[in-house]
Ligand binder design. Structure first.
Ligand SMILES: Cc1cc2nc3c(=O)[nH]c(=O)nc-3n(C[C@H](O)[C@H](O)[C@H](O)COP(=O)(O)OP(=O)(O)OC[C@H]3O[C@@H](n4cnc5c(N)ncnc54)[C@H](O)[C@@H]3O)c2cc1C
Length: 290
């Protein structure tokens, strides 16, 4: 690995200043992607800016009126061990416990998962279906953007020079809601998804009020399939309607063939996982208290 300087600023203002003043500087949260990339030489830098000491990147705060604020550098284990997160956002807690293994979870963050912008990033479909927004700070101030608009291509995102992803905001869960993320990997853990699907629904009286579906590893970016969710709005939660939404999700996928699976296989998985994720989300919506 090439030499680089290391800085761990204690405040957001200092982190933004360092990032702006050093165009080749790279932010580090858990380092589980970044250090692998620096070691393999796929990325180079003169300066690593560790954001973990900045309080805004490390916060978890939930209140039932305003929802969840989750710092971009909060490690996965703090997410799935948080009682409020487990209760209000079980799908988020589950996906945090799915990423890597215990060692990776002690470092890896959802901010790093999103900023790395891998098509297979597991947490991104969940953040999308839970309607998460990103809070971004940079030299020009602060802005917000929906998670579904954050990734622009493999390894690319909307961050402008000098900007940092500070935190996520998730609205509070609605009555009669449920969400689920399912992925297929050849091994049970420590492998990236061949395909993954997140689904969130609100079902009242057996009828979909709304639903959102997002896919992993079947397009150049994590993919929000708005039209698949909209197909369900106002319709009964039947197997036929769920299958129709799964067909729309499958049609939206544009997977590649690689060593993990063929494009055709990924498309097939997309349909199966969308159907199952929707069924699980509907079941959870029934269990959710009104
Ligand atoms: C053994 C192993 C298993 C893994 N398993 C999985 C898995 O099952 N599922 C999965 O999705 N991923 C997996 N990964 C990939 C990785 O662990 C995740 O993507 C993780 O969430 C990255 O988070 P991090 O905090 O470590 O990011 P880092 O490595 O610190 O950063 C990732 C990228 O984001 C940038 N960045 C980080 N924070 C910010 C910020 N606040 N603002 C702007 N840019 C930022 C960094 O500069 C870097 O480019 C695995 C990795 C390993 C090594």
């Amino acid at each position: 690995m090439k030499w680089f300087d290391y800085a761990a600023p204690p405040t957001l203002a200092e982190a933004v200043h360092l990032r702006s003043a050093n165009p080749r500087g790279l932010p580090l949260a858990g380092g589980t992607d970044l250090l692998v990339q620096l070691r393999s030489g796929t990325r180079e830098t003169d300066l690593v800016i560790d954001v973990k000491r900045v309080p805004e990147f490390n916060q978890i705060s939930y209140d039932p009126t305003h929802g969840l604020t989750l710092g971009a550098a909060v490690p996965c284990y703090r997410i799935y061990e948080d009682p409020a997160v487990r209760r209000a956002y079980p799908a988020l807690a589950e996906v945090a416990s799915l990423i890597g293994g215990v060692q990776i979870q002690s470092r890896a963050s959802l901010g790093g998962n999103l900023c790395n912008a891998a098509p297979s990033a597991d947490s991104v479909p969940v953040l999308i279906v839970l309607r998460a927004t990103c809070r971004i700070s940079g030299p020009g101030g602060t802005r917000e953007i929906q998670v579904e608009n954050f990734c622009t291509g493999p390894g690319r995102n909307v961050l402008r020079p000098g900007e940092l992803l500070v935190s996520f905001h998730l609205p509070p869960p609605q009555s009669h809601s449920g969400a689920c993320y399912l992925r297929f990997t050849p091994r049970n853990e420590m492998d990236i998804a061949v395909a993954g699907v997140g689904a969130a629904v609100v079902v009242e009286g057996g009828v979909f009020r709304w639903s959102r579906i997002a896919l992993a590893a079947v397009a150049p970016t994590p993919l929000f399939v708005r039209e698949a969710g909209e197909r369900l709005t106002g319709r009964p939660a039947t197997a036929g309607n769920i299958a129709a939404a799964a067909e729309i999700a499958t049609a939206a996928a544009s997977p590649i063939t690689d060593m993990r699976g063929t494009a055709e296989y990924r498309r097939h998985l997309c349909g199966v996982l969308t159907r199952r994720a929707l069924e699980a989300a509907v079941q959870r919506a029934g269990e959710a208290k009104s």
